[in-house]
Write a protein that binds this ligand. Structure first.
Ligand code: NDP
Length: 407
């Protein structure tokens, strides 16, 4: 039976400070037919947006308003997500569906779930649902879904960029140009070649495998650790070495990239103990989740030189408060959480969210590969990649960013 009078609450990041764009750098985005493993692209019955437009910020509304309101449902979009007076806290009390994103995460904690008795569906517009307390979703029969694969390749491209940027010392060299200098020796005294290095990934899922494939032409030696092993032919084709523990992999690597989800098993995996096992002067690239690394241990390792560089786009909490040590630690290449929200990725996850909502409103099953939690247990992609428990703890700290901005 078709669902009626649903309230959909959607939390998106703010519009650009100069306002919503009226013109774009390019006239469109490439049209893709399938993901690399053959999975089909999101397939809603229609869309009401132009692919390549900014859909992920508040005014973009994921291109959903017309579709939702034409069906008689209510659609509330906000970026105000942290603290007891936030629009999220106010509006969630009678919401049936929440749409949130990893980039500007609405932390759906167990406290918030307790305040939202109608909540039955939590959609992640992207990949990675650790900002939702999955244990609370399991206990309260809330379905959690994400748009699996929508931005995995976007992130893999970003990882390769960050590995090259760190090893070749790109960012400080670019800074010398901005400062009006020509300081070649300053630029190159920390600049190396990637060729010949040992490069390893923690997890060889959609992103991790795509990183391995993209790094292979650089003539590096590849390594990986994962809970499940890749098919033998894939290992052979890549010439990649499997390790049966993260520890054994990091000991031999010059570059380590983290590509596993955040769940209780991976929270603070890269603590001081793990980092001390790495080669002196190794590089660490983390576009998976900030909390997989211990933030103080990372800052200390950069200060001591144990790590030569750290880059990524994921922090904890998000947005990171002004005094977060990763903003000021040496030799880092951090950005805000952008890798999975390129304009091309936005078109895919906006279409994916619409596909999910169409299924939900019409009581049709949601694709298995999008499921994280269903019917009180981990399901679909979630059953494969996550473990039970909650990794959202500590999210209250995100409110500090808002307090800083208001001060
Ligand atoms: P996949 O589900 O395809 O891959 C995740 C992989 O991690 C799986 O192979 C899984 O193993 C593995 N894994 C799970 N737990 C562990 C563990 N304890 N140790 C080692 N490996 C583990 O997802 P994607 O590759 O598409 O995305 C991975 C993560 O990247 C997301 O969960 C998200 O956190 C992050 N991400 C970040 C984005 C950004 O914008 N920065 C955007 C998209 C994703 P197995 O299934 O074999 O058990």
């Amino acid at each position: 039976m078709r669902k009626e009078n649903q309230k959909i609450l959607c939390v998106l990041y703010d519009d650009p400070v100069d306002g919503y764009p009226r013109k774009y750098a390019r006239d469109g985005i490439p049209e893709l037919v399938r993901y690399p493993d053959g999975q089909t692209m999101p397939s809603p019955s229609a869309t009401d947006f132009t692919p390549g437009d900014l859909l992920g910020s508040v005014s973009g509304e994921l291109g959903l308003r017309k579709f939702i309101e034409d069906l008689g449902h209510t659609f509330v979009v906000t970026s105000d997500k942290d603290g007891p007076d936030s629009v999220l806290e106010r509006e969630i009390v009678d919401a049936d569906v929440v749409i949130s994103q990893p980039f500007w995460p609405a932390y759906i904690t167990s406290d918030l779930v307790a305040k939202a008795p109608n909540l039955k569906l939590a959609i992640t517009a992207g990949i990675g649902s650790d900002h939702v307390d999955l244990q609370a979703a399991i206990a309260n029969d809330i379905t959690v879904v994400e748009v699996t694969y929508c931005n995995s390749i976007s992130v893999a491209e970003h990882v390769v960029m960050m590995i090259l940027a760190l090893v070749r010392n790109y960012i400080p060299s670019h800074d010398w140009v901005l400062k009006g200098g020509w300081n070649i020796a300053d630029c190159v005294s920390r600049s190396y070649d990637v060729e010949g290095m040992q490069v390893g990934t923690v997890a060889a899922g959609r992103i991790g495998l795509a990183v391995l494939q993209r790094m292979k032409p650089f003539d590096v030696k590849l390594h990986y650790y994962d809970r499940h092993r890749l098919p033998v032919e894939v290992e052979r084709e890549l010439g990649v070495t499997f390790h049966d523990s993260v520890e054994s992999m990091v000991e031999v690597c010059d570059v380590v990239t983290i590509n596993c989800p955040l769940h209780p098993e991976t929270e603070h995996l890269f603590d001081q103990e793990m980092i001390s096992r790495m080669k002196r002067g190794a590089y660490l690239v983390n576009t998976a989740r900030g909390k997989i690394c211990d933030r103080n241990a990372i800052a200390k390792a950069l200060e001591s030189g144990q790590l030569a560089g750290y880059a990524g786009d994921v922090w904890f909490p998000q947005p990171a408060p002004k005094d977060h040590p990763w903003r000021t630690m040496p030799n880092h290449g951090m950005t805000p959480h952008t890798s999975g929200t390129s304009l091309a990725a936005q078109a895919r996850y906006a279409a994916g969210v619409r596909e999910i909502l169409e299924c939900w409103f019409d009581d049709n099953p949601i694709r298995e590969e999008y499921l994280i939690v269903e019917a009180g247990k981990l399901a679909g992609a979630g059953a494969h990649s996550y473990s039970e428990g909650d990794a959202t703890g500590g999210s209250e700290e995100a409110a500090k960013f808002k307090e800083d901005a208001e001060r």
